[in-house]
Design a protein around this ligand. Structure first.
Ligand code: IMP
Ligand code: MG
Length: 180
């Protein structure tokens, strides 16, 4: 395990992002949609630095993933509680990797006719992108390594770390690779 982003770096960047969003949405009450579970740490820090009054809702999706790869097929496990028709929506995600999950979610939300829809992601693993997707607010562009901490997990563990660290292949233990 190797430290990639320290707690201090993350906190500073999250505060800056919040100020940028507050400026862009001055006089508007956006609806922030946290994609569970990975985004909950980021979202909760982000909203505490906003100088506007957002509403918060959550959506839980499961992508049919192997341990570390996304398939882009997404199933809604928990839908929004509220209608977003006519609202200014900001989707808050922990990390954009291939971009498949967010592409799917954006399409689904656009069909509900929000007034606007923007995307805010803490981490952008740009090298791995398979579909072109615009991310309006990016915390950090990171190298193509598997990361954990600050909400991000490996098999549901490590979400509680206050920093982001990279894991080596040998520490991940992808099941396929263990199969003879
Ligand atoms: P995408 O559909 O490939 O963009 O995958 C996005 C989702 O995969 C994220 O919401 C994460 O849940 C997960 N993911 C992608 N990369 C990582 C990583 O490095 N660590 C932990 N989860 C990841
Ligand atoms: Mg996620």
């Amino acid at each position: 395990m190797e430290l990639l982003l320290s707690e201090e770096e993350i906190q500073k960047r999250v505060k800056d992002l919040a100020l940028e969003i507050s400026k862009d949405y001055k006089g508007v009450s956006p609806v922030l949609i946290g994609i569970l579970r990975g985004s909950f740490v980021f979202l909760s820090d982000l909203i505490r630095h906003l100088t506007i009054l957002p509403e918060i809702d959550f959506m839980s999706v499961s992508s049919y993933n192997t341990l570390t790869k996304s398939s882009g097929v997404v199933r809604i496990l928990k839908d929004l509680e509220r209608d977003i028709g006519g609202e200014n929506v900001i989707v808050v995600e922990d990390i954009v990797d291939t971009g498949l999950t967010l592409t799917y979610i954006s399409r689904l939300l656009m069909a509900r006719l929000p007034r606007s829809l923007k995307i805010c992601a803490l981490l952008d693993k740009r090298e791995r992108r398979e579909v072109d997707i615009q991310i309006d607010y990016v915390g950090f562009v990171i190298p193509n390594k598997f990361v954990i901490g600050y909400g991000l997990d490996l098999a549901e563990k490590y979400r509680n770390l206050p920093y982001v660290a990279t894991l080596e292949e040998s520490e991940i233990g992808e099941p396929e690779e263990n199969t003879p």
